[in-house]
Design a protein around this ligand. Structure first.
Ligand SMILES: Nc1ncnc2c1ncn2[C@@H]1O[C@H](COP(=O)(O)OP(=O)(O)OP(=O)(O)O)[C@@H](O)[C@H]1O
Ligand SMILES: [Mg+2]
Length: 265
């Protein structure tokens, strides 16, 4: 609705929001350094459906240091996925600021943001989101292809990851020919493909059989010992026990933050 967007009230409101962001930015500039995987300040996310507005993320501020293992827990509808989407650059906040390793991502154009995502954040989606027309191997190669990795190197890395996931013999399978646990492991392999410094996983052990859950838990335990920053939305006690920081999230807000280990700070 262009007339709504161009109305003086909206323009004034947008200018005020921009001024406010400058102030916020000036106040936390010392934290925007390369040691922080993510620094988010006063971020908001709304969904508009007809006349209804759902505020999924409300005034969230959060600093995640490089190498931190952060768990976000909270009831269904709390806004965990919406928050992960913002932190992983899959979505931009309505207002507020997000920096990653010293780079401001909250107001990047989609093209730059997608390049940033390819190299910096590997996302494991709640519903796997594999590309249905590509084989398991091609799904893992996909982000490497987009980031310009040579074809031979793509196949080599994909094979290594498929072996690591115990799925070497499933590489020609299409997603519908794979079990949920297998799809989840392919999704993790895809997230790791470009070796991004940040891994974001949305309930990675939910709805899986015991054996696959254990496999994925062990994988995250190994990832914890790497230099990567891990951000997971989960209710899984095993994954929660790996956390350096546990955030309880409800109604779009952080309601509690428990710091277990801040040695890496
Ligand atoms: N694309 C969308 N359009 C409209 N509303 C949405 C959309 N995505 C999420 N919401 C709403 O935003 C709120 C937060 O949703 P979100 O998916 O982030 O919660 P969640 O904590 O991840 O829940 P779950 O544990 O069930 O995955 C919910 O009220 C949801 O209905
Ligand atoms: Mg969710």
């Amino acid at each position: 609705m262009p007339e709504k967007e161009n109305s003086p009230e909206i323009r004034i409101k947008e200018n005020l929001e921009k001024e406010n962001e400058k102030l916020i930015e000036a106040n936390f500039i010392e934290e925007i350094d390369k040691n922080h995987a993510i620094v988010a300040r006063n971020i908001f996310k709304d969904y508009e459906i007809g006349n209804f507005i759902v505020r999924a993320v409300e005034d969230v501020s959060l600093s995640i240091y490089s190498g931190e293992f952060l768990v976000i827990k909270g009831p269904s509808g709390a806004g965990k996925t919406s928050l992960l989407n913002l932190l992983g650059g899959l979505d931009s906040p309505k207002s507020g600021i997000i920096y990653s390793f010293g780079v401001k991502i909250s107001d990047m154009e989609e093209e730059s943001l997608s390049t940033w995502r390819l190299l910096n954040s590997g996302f494991v989606f709640q519903n796997y989101n594999l590309i249905s027309t590509l084989t398991a191997e091609e799904n893992v190669m996909f982000p490497m292809n987009l980031s310009g990795v040579e074809f031979k190197a793509q196949r080599k890395r994909a094979l290594e990851l498929l072996i690591q996931m115990g799925l070497k013999d499933r590489r020609e399978h299409l997603p519908f020919q794979l079990s949920a646990g297998e799809q989840q492991r392919i999704a993790i392999a895809r997230a790791l493909a470009n070796n991004p410094p940040i891994i974001i996983a949305d309930e990675p052990t939910a709805n899986l059989d015991k054996k696959t859950s254990k496999f994925i838990r062990d994988l995250f335990k190994d990832l914890k010992n790497s230099i990567r920053t891990i951000i997971i939305a989960t209710h899984d006690d095993y994954l929660i026990n790996l956390a350096d920081t546990i955030i309880s999230f409800d109604d779009g807000k952080i309601i509690n933050k428990e710091i277990i280990n801040n040695n890496k700070n």
